[in-house]
Design a protein around this ligand. Structure first.
Ligand code: SAM
Length: 273
């Protein structure tokens, strides 16, 4: 049974991810991740697939297009409408289920593939999430994740925003830890035979001026909106804006009028023993 504090925390997280416009971020630069995870997991026709923290179905929809029977689950059902619209446009049907990755409402060993694309990493208790991913996957089934790395651009973004954000709740672990190989090995222990732990890059060329990247996040990305609101409440908004501008300039690999970024992520694929 979830405690009151946990229920309140998850309600805050849900509100955060429902704020801004996460669906438009997926359409602008995150779309390549879904098919990448589906391919890494070897998803094919007839497989029962659970996508945890599925958002708008970035991985669920290509999995359904590959012929799998897909459940897209997420803490934030506000994101499902955009997902349903995209699924319909792509000609596939899936189940959309509200679910906390730390306490999944699914039977033991009920899926052939359990996956999460830059999603389950955002639940605060990493061991609880790993335990749930293992629990609902059948023995011999596949567990797959894409996780932003601590050393990569999103790891650095969270470090940049950290001093401005509200303090994390007790016991919460930083999301980018999930992008470290040793952390993943420790969380799954001897229950998963990890066959892939590879670092890859998502290239982003959707922005002209490098600072447009930061503006995009300020308008659309829940964690950035929360950090900016907190900075504003503490009289630190100017410092926050400067830190984000500097961050964009620092990570730009392109020119001043044609930005290019690379976001590193860890591809995790293993067999549930
Ligand atoms: C960066 S988005 C990723 C969404 C999608 N998988 C994708 O690839 O676009 C992070 C997602 O994690 C979800 N999330 C955060 N905490 C969660 C939790 N405790 N349980 C389930 N989902 C959670 C958010 O609602 C959000 O949809």
């Amino acid at each position: 049974m979830a405690s009151t504090a946990d229920t309140e925390l998850k309600a805050r997280h849900r509100k955060m991810w429902a704020s801004g416009d996460y669906p438009s971020m997926v359409e602008t630069f995150l779309l390549p991740l879904g098919p990448k995870l589906v391919e890494a997991c070897g998803i094919g026709s007839g497989m029962r697939v659970l996508d945890v923290a599925a958002g708008t179905g970035n991985a669920s929809i290509p999995a359904a297009k590959a012929g799998a029977d897909v459940t897209a689950s997420d803490l934030t059902p506000e994101l499902f409408d955009a997902g349903r619209r995209r699924a319909e446009a792509e000609g596939v049907t899936l189940q959309w289920v509200e679910a906390d990755a730390e306490n999944l409402p699914f039977e033991d060993e009920s899926y052939d593939v359990v996956m999460s694309s830059i999603g389950a990493m955002f639940a605060p208790r990493h061991q609880d999430v790993a335990d749930e991913l293992v629990r609902v996957c059948r023995p011999g089934g596949t567990i797959g994740m894409l996780n932003w790395t601590p050393e990569g651009m999103i790891g650095a973004l969270f470090r940049t925003m950290g001093p401005f954000a509200p303090p994390p709740p007790p016991g919460a672990q930083p999301p980018p830890l999930w992008g470290g190989e040793d952390h993943v090995k420790e969380l799954f222990g001897d229950r998963v035979d990890l066959r892939t732990l590879d670092r890859e890059m998502l290239e982003i060329t959707a922005f002209e001026n490098p600072r447009d990247y930061g503006e995009h996040f300020k308008e659309r990305y829940g964690p950035t909106i929360v950090a900016q609101n907190n900075a504003r409440n503490n009289g630190m908004e100017e410092e926050f804006n400067k830190a984000l501008d500097d961050f964009c300039e620092e990570w730009n690999l392109g020119t001043d009028d044609k930005a290019r970024f690379e976001q590193e992520y860890l591809v995790v694929v293993g067999t549930r023993k």
